[in-house]
Design a protein around this ligand. Structure first.
Ligand SMILES: [Mn+2]
Length: 248
């Protein structure tokens, strides 16, 4: 098994198509197929903020649910969109408003189709993906070694939101503990969620959310090759959205 794990897309559909082509996938009807039988893995936050969230949902649904030639795990934005589609009251903030605007502009029949696609995709998804053949675990915001194998509420919160301490920075962002620094496992942990300018490797973990929707790049991590491939973003660069880590 060979996989291409793809970072947070956030509705950047053009960049996603460019990245898949760059990785050697060929467009076939409504999906992309790799002649070498590789599988893309979407690590969550496929929608919100970017220009084409609904086209991204359609492509990911076709590949993951319909053709079963890709994998997907949810991110926090996916969780919120799912709750919106359930009819729960959720704030249309932090990017959900762009997806909702695309959605509400559709005729009723197409709304139903998109809603069905996304809800099916979300409901069939595991919280995180264990890929023993390439010795990797894929989780949206990462996962602590001690949580691998569990599927309870604590794990759900960790893989969707990260290791949040409950405290906040002065600007309102949550303070996150740096679980990767303490990771001692042999399997790769591949994750996204926190935008960084270049993929961040710490022990055998890598954050591949290179902030495409904030103007930087869309990144894939190929396994078993352990190779990074990326394409530039078409969005304007928002420098303040990127996290600077104090690496010691
Ligand atoms: Mn996220």
């Amino acid at each position: 098994m060979k996989v291409d794990i793809i970072g947070d897309v956030h509705g950047c559909f053009d960049e996603l198509c460019n990245l898949l082509q760059q990785l050697g996938y060929q467009k076939k009807q409504n999906s992309y197929v790799h002649p070498g039988g590789r599988f893309p893995v979407f690590l969550g936050d496929i929608t919100d903020r970017g220009p084409d969230s609904l086209q991204t949902i359609q492509l990911v649904y076709n590949m993951v649910v319909h053709k079963q030639i890709a994998y997907y795990v949810p991110g926090n934005h996916c969780n919120k969109l799912y709750r919106y589609f359930l009819g729960n009251k959720v704030m249309h903030l932090h990017g959900l408003e762009t997806t909702v605007a695309e959605y509400t502009a559709l005729p009723n029949r197409e709304q139903k189709e998109i809603r069905h696609m996304f809800m099916t995709l979300y409901e069939q998804a595991p919280l995180y993906l264990q890929l023993p053949e390439v010795q990797a675990v894929v989780a949206h915001a990462g996962i602590k070694e001690s949580l691998i194998g569990r599927t309870d509420k604590k794990v759900e919160s960790f893989v969707l939101y990260g290791d949040v301490s409950g405290a906040f920075h002065p600007d309102g962002r949550p303070i996150r503990r740096d679980w990767a620094q303490y990771y001692q496992g042999k399997d790769w942990i591949v994750y996204g969620h926190t935008p960084v300018k270049t993929p961040r490797f710490v022990h055998r973990t890598v954050n591949i959310d290179t902030g495409c929707v904030f103007g930087n790049a869309l990144t894939a991590f190929r396994l078993p090759e352990e190779k990074i491939v990326n394409v530039p973003s078409k969005q304007p660069l928002l420098e303040e959205k990127f996290t600077i880590y104090d690496e010691t």
